[in-house]
Design a protein around this ligand. Structure first.
Ligand SMILES: [Zn+2]
Length: 90
């Protein structure tokens, strides 16, 4: 793994941990102050994931036509196989 990708992976991991902490905090606040249950949140998460899977969600990356994996949209090439993107694929 190249140094650039290691750096990218580290940044993505840090962002993921931050999002996880924010999500957990929001869950506590929702339950304690608003009485919103874990089940209600889980239902909404499932609905969002279904919408995204159906193609209705905002794309967050580019799907590589070679390896089918998704790289962040700001990259000019696939993070996994190195294929150079010529244009936005979706
Ligand atoms: Zn690829």
């Amino acid at each position: 793994m190249s140094r650039q990708y290691q750096h990218e992976l580290h940044r993505a991991t840090q962002k993921l941990l931050r999002v996880g902490a924010i999500t957990k905090a929001l869950g506590f606040v929702a339950r304690e102050r608003l009485g919103i249950t874990q089940e209600a949140i889980a239902e909404r998460v499932a609905a969002i994931e279904e919408e995204r899977a159906a193609g209705g969600g905002r794309p967050t990356g580019l799907r590589c036509p070679e390896c089918q994996r998704i790289s962040p949209a700001r990259h000019a090439q696939c993070l996994y196989c190195g294929l150079e993107f010529e244009r936005r694929l979706y």
